[in-house]
Ligand binder design. Structure first.
Ligand SMILES: *Cc1c(COP(=O)(O)O)cnc(C)c1O
Length: 240
């Protein structure tokens, strides 16, 4: 993909976001765009950061690490959006500003321990498995509030929001159900004073539905960077 294709694709996505916001009677600036950059070269990521984008998300520690120095000089936020193994904690806090995939208390506690040791803090999102698919990570919706309350006790972790991957389905109403569930869990958490302002939901195929249901952060890969070499399950299933 050449530079102008990337910029064209970005423009197209921004138009989709703007249109979806209009339809949902929301302000465009309520919805952030995270570039899902797994398998994308640092060079191509740079083009979009230089065009004014500010948030990238990686799924694997190795990629985060490999691209870090090439992107370091351009101000941006780097989110970790893949499954996180606890043996990668040391590295993730070196390279990412935010971890969107907190899905178990054991992980959060180990993260806290390491952050105490390094005298650092990090932003986190709780990942919730709103589609109930065994292939997807995330805490079960019924257990999410309890997890968030526990995470809130860990002073080095700053809870900012919730993340989910919606059902992959052509049936919009089934996808909508996932997003609506995330929104409902958010409302319940807000009522318990857990500050989960951000709703990270919606990808290339379902961003319009996610925006209608209240998304504040869309994560887009394919629609900007093109198809990836492997099916998504490959990138989700373990953190290399
Ligand atoms: C790859 C990925 C995305 C982007 O998906 P596309 O369908 O390519 O837009 C979003 N979220 C997560 C967690 C991902 O791994």
């Amino acid at each position: 993909m050449n530079n102008s294709d990337l910029i064209d694709n970005l423009t197209h996505i921004k138009n989709r976001i703007a249109k979806a916001c209009e339809t949902a009677e929301r302000k465009t600036n309520e919805v952030k765009l995270l570039l899902a950059t797994k398998t994308v070269s640092a060079e191509n990521i740079k083009i979009l950061l230089e065009a004014g984008e500010t948030i990238i998300g990686e799924n694997k520690i190795q990629e985060l690490k490999d691209k870090f120095s090439a992107l370091e000089t351009i101000p941006h936020q780097s989110h970790f959006i893949g499954h996180l193994q606890s043996n990668k904690i040391k590295e993730v806090i070196k390279y990412a500003n935010c971890i969107q995939s907190i899905d178990r208390i054991s992980l959060a506690e180990k993260l806290q321990q390491r952050l105490v040791f390094e005298n650092k803090t990090i932003d986190v999102f709780i990942q919730i498995n709103t589609s109930y698919e065994a292939s997807k990570f995330g805490i079960a919706p019924e257990k999410a509030v309890e997890l968030a309350l526990q995470v809130q006790q860990l002073d080095k972790l700053h809870i900012k929001g919730l993340m989910t991957i919606g059902l992959f389905s052509a049936e919009t109403e089934k996808v909508r159900k996932c997003f609506r569930l995330l929104k409902n869990i958010q409302q319940e958490m807000l009522s318990k004073n857990i500050p989960v302002q951000e709703l990270s939901m919606g990808m290339s195929g379902d961003l319009e539905t996610a925006i209608q249901e209240g998304s504040t952060m869309i994560r887009v890969g394919t629609a900007i960077f093109g198809k990836r070499p492997y099916p998504d399950s490959y990138y989700w299933n373990e953190s290399k």
